[in-house]
Design a binder for this molecule. Sequence first.
Ligand SMILES: *Cc1c(COP(=O)(O)O)cnc(C)c1O
Length: 353
Amino acid sequence: MSNTAAWENAVRRVVPYTPGEQPKNQNVIKLNTNENPFPPSPSVEKILREYDTSQLRKYPDTDSVVLVNELAKRYNVDSDNVFVGVGSDDVLSMAFLTFFGSDKPILFPDITYSFYDVWADLYKIPYKTLPLDDNFRIIKEDYNIPNGGIVIPNPNAPTGVYEDPSFFEEILKANPDSIVIVDEAYIDFGGLSCIPLTKKYPNLLVVQTFSKSRNLAGLRIGYAIGDKKLIKYMNDVKFSVNSYTMNPLSQLCGAAAVADEEYFQKNLAEIIRVREYSKERLLALGFTFTDSKSNFLFAKHNTKDAGEIFSELKEKGIYVRYWNKARIKDYLRITIGTQEEMDKLFSALEAIL
Ligand SMILES: *Cc1c(COP(=O)(O)O)cnc(C)c1O
């Protein structure tokens, strides 16, 4: 006899995405979710200090005009080329719901952001994963098959491997009848964006986030840039789910962060510097890793088990990310922290190895 109630047969069952741990203990060195180790631009703090709290009784601007206009200016596109959402997870989820309604499978790499298959399952979208090669590179010719859409992160996660826009241009040329989404969560850490290609390819949607390069994971802001027809279709779906998604503080602070280009560039340069320094230190400790163009390193030790290193670091209060999954179980994903945090990591590794 089963304990299943009759109504449970109608439940939309999903296995949810597992986010990286957010420990309650503030003393932990947190290198497990690719957050930025530095605070946001001082202009963000100014807005929060001076905000007129009485404004919070009103609903926010449904169109997030202040933020959309600032993004349009920064990326040299029109306002109707910009969609904003509550983190790029919201933006990607809306894009899946809007564009991936075909009977043909959508395509993405076998090793990639582990939210894609969750949304596909939730929205009942068929999908097919295409294996990366042995160097964790995407084989672009594999995407020349009938499909209901394509989604690829660049740089890829959790490998950090980056491809030039010309690589995506070839995928776009081979797939004029599909929506191609490039998830650029980490593009600012040394890559070239595909945003300029959106003017040439009306089927390209580029998605970015404020959570990594713009130091604002807590405010939940993401955006997509593409042909205005794509943005219109996405907004129609968004306004059919919830009109007031983004709160006014996120809209204002997000716009202020984008306007402070100098802080943004200085912050990125420091993270890239610490990343390159960290590569040298890891190499000396017996690790090999991909040529990451992101704010994390994907590293494998030449003798010691990655799961063991993960657990021993955790005992020492240093959190990194580890997946006990085929093909990547020998690897740790280590977010680039401050120089001081990374030096503590290397001291801990010296003790463990
Ligand atoms: C972090 C991340 C996101 C989601 O970021 P948000 O915080 O929801 O904006 C999306 N895609 C990839 C590949 C990521 O690593």
